[in-house]
Ligand binder design. Structure first.
Ligand code: G6P
Length: 489
C-alpha cells in the first residue's frame, strides 16, 4: 500500500467490503497467520497511486475471545486492514441468510430458493434485522477510523445500508457505493419486502456505481417506480438532494497476467500441460461453484456437443475448475452434488480406459497455475446465467496473445457489453445453442480468431482495474464538490 516514489498520498481511502482481502488462520491463542488473496479489488487498489487505501471488513473467521481479537487486529494492521468482528449468529443470519440466500439469488434473477420459499418468508424479518445490525457494525468501525477528508468507498450487496448509517453519523463524509453484481429490473426488485428501505439507504451515498449502464438504469427505474422519486440524466433526485448514479465497468490488472506468462515456472507448466493434452483441444471453465455460473447447463451443453459430433469425442477435453464457495448455504451443497452427478455420468458415458472428456476440480488453482491453464486453452466457456461482470473472461483474454483462443460468453454477463464483439455470445439456458457455439469455435479460421482476439485484447489491456478505481474515486470527489457548489448557489 506504499506509494513507490515516496511522495505523500493525496487522500486516504477507506475501502469497506464484507470480506477483507486476506484469509486469517489462527496458529495459537494470540498468533495469526495471514495470506493476502489477490482478487480483482485488491489489485485494482494496489495500482491506485494517489490514495492511501485502508480496508475495513470481516476476516471470515469467528473470534469470540478478546485476546484473539486483539492479536488479529494487530496482525491485520500491518496489512492496512481493519477487522469487523461478526459473531456466529450474525454471520448465519446476515451473510448466509439475507445476503446469500435472499439478495444474491434475487439480484441474479434466480428468485428465492424454491423449497425454502415459505421458510425464507418466515425468517425474512429476523434476517433483515441482522443485515441492518451488521451494516451498523461496519459503520461503527468506519466511524472509529475516519479522519476528515477521507473518501469512504462501500462495496457490494452486503453493505447497502452502510451509506445511510455513515451519513446519519456524519453528513459531511464523502461516501460512494459500488455494486459488483447485476442490479435487477425494478419488477424483480419490487418483490423484495425490504425494497424501499434498501433503495433509500443506498441513495444516502454521494455516488452510486454499477458495472453496466443497464444496471444503473434498472436502479434509477426502481427509485422512480417504487419510491416515486425523480430520475435525471445524472442520477436520482430526492427533495433537492441529488445522488449521482453512473456505470463504471471494472477491469483487471492485465499486466500482471501478461508478465506471469514470462515466469520460467509458468512456462514449464505450460509445456507440461501441452504434453498432457496433446492431440486434444482444451476447453476451460473457471468458476466459483455458484448457481449463477451455470455450471450444470454448461456441462450438459458439452454432453450434447459430444453426442452430436462423434468425430470430436477423443479430440476434446473440458477442464472445469469449480471453486467451493458459501458451503454453509444448503443451495450450494445441493449444487455440488448435482454437478458431481452430471460429470460422473458423462465421463462414464464417453470416457475410455485412457481418457475422460471432463476433468472436474473442486478447488482453486494458484495464480501461476491458473495463468498456465489459460494460456494452453483453445476455448473458454464463460456461460453464467447472470453475472455482474465476470473477470475470468478478461483473464483468459489477457493470457491468450500467442494462442488467440475463442471466448464463448454468456450474453447475461456484464462482460458481454465490453467483449461481445470479440466473443461468441450465447444464451446459456439454450444448450443446443451453446453446443453449436463449441463447434463454431473449434472450426473457426485463424484469421477470424485473430480478429476477435485483437478486439478483446485491446479492451482488456486498456480498461484496467486501476483505471476503474481511479475513475470512481475522482468522480466521487467531483460529485461532492459539485453538490457543495449547488448548495451555495
Ligand atoms: C462475488 C461478490 C463478492 C464476494 C465474492 C465471493 O464476487 O460480488 O462480494 O466476495 O463473490 O463470495 P464470498 O461469499 O465467498 O465472499
Amino acid at each position: 500500500w506504499e506509494r513507490p516514489d515516496g511522495r505523500p498520498f493525496r487522500q486516504r481511502l477507506l475501502v469497506v467490503a464484507n470480506r477483507l482481502p486476506v484469509s486469517a488462520v489462527r496458529r495459537s491463542e494470540e498468533s495469526w497467520s495471514l495470506e493476502i488473496s489477490a482478487g480483482g479489488l485488491v489489485s485494482a487498489l494496489l495500482g491506485v497511486k494517489d490514495f492511501e487505501a485502508r480496508w475495513i471488513g470481516w476476516a471470515g473467521v469467528n473470534v469470540p475471545d478478546v485476546a484473539g481479537q486483539r492479536a488479529l487486529t494487530k496482525a491485520l494492521a500491518e496489512k492496512r486492514c481493519i477487522p469487523v468482528f461478526l459473531d456466529e449468529d450474525i454471520v448465519h443470519q446476515y451473510y448466509n441468510g439475507y445476503c446469500n440466500n435472499i439478495l444474491w439469488p434475487l439480484f441474479h434473477y434466480l428468485g428465492l430458493p424454491q423449497e425454502d420459499r415459505l421458510a425464507t418468508t418466515r425468517s425474512f424479518q429476523s434476517q433483515f434485522a441482522a443485515y441492518i445490525k451488521a451494516n451498523q457494525m461496519f459503520a461503527d468501525v468506519v466511524n472509529q477510523h475516519y479522519e476528515e477528508g477521507d473518501v469512504v468507498w462501500c462495496h457490494d450487496y452486503h453493505l447497502m445500508f452502510l451509506p445511510q448509517c455513515l451519513k446519519k453519523h456524519n453528513s459531511q463524509m464523502k461516501v460512494g457505493w459500488f455494486l459488483h453484481t447485476p442490479f435487477p429490473s425494478s419488477e424483480i426488485h419490487r418483490t423484495l419486502p425490504s425494497r424501499s428501505e434498501l433503495l433509500h439507504a443506498v441513495l444516502a451515498a454521494d455516488l452510486v456505481g454499477f458495472h453496466t449502464y443497464d444496471y444503473a438504469r434498472h436502479f434509477v427505474s426502481a427509485c422512480t417506480r417504487i419510491l416515486g422519486l425523480e430520475g435525471t440524466p445524472e442520477g436520482v433526485e430526492d427533495q433537492g438532494k441529488l445522488t449521482r448514479v453512473a456505470a463504471f465497468p471494472i477491469g483487471i490488472d492485465s499486466e500482471r497476467f501478461i508478465r506471469a506468462l514470462e515466469v520460467p515456472q509458468v512456462q514449464e507448466h505450460i509445456r507440461e500441460l501441452k504434453e498432457r493434452f496433446a492431440g486434444r483441444k482444451v476447453m476451460l471453465g473457471v468458476d466459483r461453484l455458484d448457481m449463477i455460473k451455470g455450471i450444470p447447463q454448461k456441462i450438459l451443453a458439452f454432453e450434447k456437443f459430444l453426442e452430436e459430433h462423434p468425430t470430436w469425442r477423443d479430440k476434446v477435453v473440458l477442464v472445469q475448475i469449480a471453486v467451493p464457495t458459501r458451503t454453509d448455504v444448503p443451495e450450494y451443497q445441493k449444487l455440488t452434488s448435482q454437478v458431481h452427478e452430471i460429470v460422473g455420468r458423462i465421463n462414464g458415458r464417453f470416457g475410455t480406459l485412457s481418457a475422460v472428456p471432463i476433468h472436474h476440480l473442486d478447488r482453486s488453482l494458484d495464480f501461476h497455475g491458473l495463468c498456465a491453464l489459460y494460456a494452453v486453452t483453445d476455448i473458454a466457456l464463460v456461460t453464467s446465467l447472470r453475472d455482474g461482470m465476470n473477470l475470468v473472461s478478461y483473464e483468459f483474454v489477457a493470457c491468450q496473445d500467442s494462442k488467440k483462443g475463442v471466448l464463448i460468453l454468456s450474453e447475461f454477463a456484464g462482460a458481454a457489453q465490453s467483449l461481445g464483439a470479440g466473443a461468441i455470445l450465447v444464451n446459456p439456458w439454450n444448450i443446443t445453442e451453446v453446443a453449436a457455439s463449441i463447434e463454431q469455435a473449434l472450426t473457426m479460421s485463424a484469421e477470424e480468431r485473430e480478429k476477435r482476439h485483437r478486439h478483446n485484447f485491446g479492451h482488456v489491456t486498456t480498461h484496467t482495474a486501476q483505471e476503474w478505481a481511479e475513475t470512481f474515486v475522482s468522480e466521487l470527489n467531483d460529485t461532492v464538490v459539485e453538490a457543495q457548489l449547488r448548495i451555495r448557489q
